[in-house]
Design a protein around this ligand. Structure first.
Ligand code: T4K
Length: 378
């Protein structure tokens, strides 16, 4: 078989969308005019309003990044004791729980979509449980109706880590309306970004004031600080970038969808490579394209595929490996044998490059490489 040549430039798992530079500099001139760089200027205010419309949520607040937004959501809801969550996530979710003095209780995940397994939540609830923090992993919605139902029966709060789920809809409803609060990440590597950024959406308008204070040192007035807060304000440069990017988001999601369809079509015939099927009624954002490698069929395991792809200049990522419950910083604190499905998925998962500027020929070539590696190893 003809040897496939490596890409001449590295292909990374993600690459931020950038609007035309001239459009951004035009917006920057407005900042130069008014000298208002941060602390909720005109761009910030407009961005918050536009995002509320786009995400179809009742209330929202912007933050400098997703992690601090999540951290502040936990603080604002006064969570205590134990929080039921998933170990199959980015470190941020678990760190936010842990660093607020709370105990993460890890629930296993579904094999089919990697989200929290709702049938296993109730057995983890104790007198100490105050909340559930599920993650819409790779933008695929959790079983929100069951989670919200459990939460209301046990009087628990729900904060959805919707870092990956910007623009996702469930039966035409914005995903940010479920639970008490949802957190969206607007980081450069995401479907939609404001360089760095985070957003909380919520249905209880009374939260707005508390969230605003938490993100600005707790300041309630010139001489009043009511809460020991943080500095988590989005600046005007971020908000200007986000507003511009909002013009291009639909086109970006369409392109990602087309690339995803191509990945599926090309990978379908490669033995030992599995990907997650879509469900009806969901408007996906195609934020990540994940595969699972079954070494007994594909011939080599996930780690070897990851390494071999680097020889072709393709830089995939092992999101999420290790599980957050087995991160070095938590050494010994958690029993990973209690979440066997998460452990198994984490061992076999690989995220392939996907971003709106990726070329269709690149996807075709990545799939050809994955096929040729299979053929070399059987
Ligand atoms: N909850 C969940 C479930 C999350 O996944 C995240 C973040 C959060 C909470 C917290 O939200 P934020 O506070 O971040 O808003 C990346 C992102 O930094 C992180 O936002 C994201 N999740 C996580 C899944 O991925 P890394 O350490 O893998 O990123 P990095 O720098 O290795 O970037 C990946 C690739 O993207 C690079 O190989 C090259 C490319 N890249 C990256 C950046 C930043 C670019 O081409 N240009 C860039 O500017 O964490």
């Amino acid at each position: 078989m003809k040897k496939i040549k490596a890409f001449s430039e590295p292909i990374h798992v993600s690459r931020p969308f950038l609007p035309p530079l001239s459009e951004y500099t035009y917006e920057l001139m407005k900042i130069w005019d008014v000298y208002h760089l941060t602390n909720v200027g005109a761009f910030h205010q407009k961005f918050e309003i536009e995002l509320k419309k786009y995400l179809d949520v009742s209330f929202n607040s912007l933050f400098v990044n997703g992690h601090l937004a999540l951290d502040i959501a936990i603080k604002a809801l006064n969570l205590t004791g134990e929080v039921i969550t998933t170990p199959f996530t980015f470190a941020s979710t678990t760190h936010a729980i842990h660093m607020n003095g709370l105990k993460p209780i890890f629930c296993d995940i579904n094999k089919n979509d990697y989200n929290i397994d709702v049938t296993k939540i109730e057995e983890l609830i104790t007198e100490q449980t105050s909340a559930i923090i599920p993650v819409h992993v790779f933008g695929r919605p959790c079983n929100v109706s069951t989670i919200d139902n459990i939460a209301s029966r046990y009087n628990l709060k729900v904060i959805y880590d919707a870092a990956h789920a910007f623009g996702v809809k469930i039966n035409q409803k914005g995903i940010g309306i479920f639970g008490d609060i949802s957190m969206f990440s607007l980081h450069a590597t995401k479907v939609f970004h404001s360089i760095e950024g985070g957003l909380l959406s919520y249905s209880d308008g009374d939260l707005k004031e508390r969230l605003t204070q938490y993100r600005n040192f707790g300041i309630a007035g010139p001489e009043t600080i009511k809460i020991a807060g943080l500095n988590a304000k989005m600046n005007e440069f971020q908000a200007a970038m986000g507003l511009l990017n909002l013009k291009y988001i639909e086109k970006g999601i369409e392109k990602r969808k087309a690339l995803t369809i191509l990945y599926r079509e090309k990978l379908m015939t490669i033995p030992g490579i599995r990907y997650v099927e879509e469900k009806s009624g969901i408007r996906y954002n195609y934020s990540y394209f994940s595969i699972e490698v079954d070494a007994s069929i594909y011939g080599i395991n996930r780690d070897d595929l990851y390494t071999q792809l680097i020889n072709y200049n393709v830089y995939t990522r092992k999101y999420f490996y290790p599980l957050t419950s087995e991160l070095e910083c938590y050494n010994g604190l958690f029993d990973v044998t209690l979440t066997p499905i998460a452990k198994n998925v984490s061992k076999n998962i690989l995220i392939l490059p996907l971003y709106s500027d990726l070329q269709f020929e690149d996807v075709e070539k990545i799939c050809e490489i994955i096929k040729s590696i299979y053929l070399d190893n059987i």
